[in-house]
Design a protein around this ligand. Structure first.
Ligand code: MG
Length: 111
């Protein structure tokens, strides 16, 4: 699992943000931005899978782009706090792989 490249993602975002005097927003602002982007993703999911379709002529958004926006803001929040996202991801997977290892029905091996 050492091939994960979240650190590269973090470095690219940092190179982008470092071009600007403003730098990273403060954590409350970044969390607000996360909520905004999550709302945009929710809207796309709702239109794609729910009963409330878009109005005629309303542009079809892309779920992938909204997921990307969420990732970007999460990386900004992590970078602003000096967090290592490879370490965050490793710790998160260890949690799921131990705590939830017997929670779901495992697929049977092929005969
Ligand atoms: Mg967005």
């Amino acid at each position: 699992m050492d091939s994960l490249r979240l650190r590269d993602v973090q470095a690219r975002v940092d190179a982008y943000i470092s071009q600007f005097e403003e730098g990273y927003f403060d954590p409350p602002t970044l969390v607000n931005r996360l909520c905004e982007e999550l709302g945009e993703l929710a809207r796309e999911v709702s239109h794609r899978f729910g009963p409330k379709k878009k109005k005629p002529g309303e542009a079809e958004g892309e779920m992938e782009l909204e997921i990307g926006d969420l990732l970007f803001v999460l990386v900004c929040l992590s970078n602003s706090q000096g967090y290592d996202m490879d370490d965050i991801f490793r710790r998160t997977m260890e949690k799921y792989e131990t705590r939830d290892k017997d929670r779901w029905t495992r697929k049977r091996p092929a005969p």
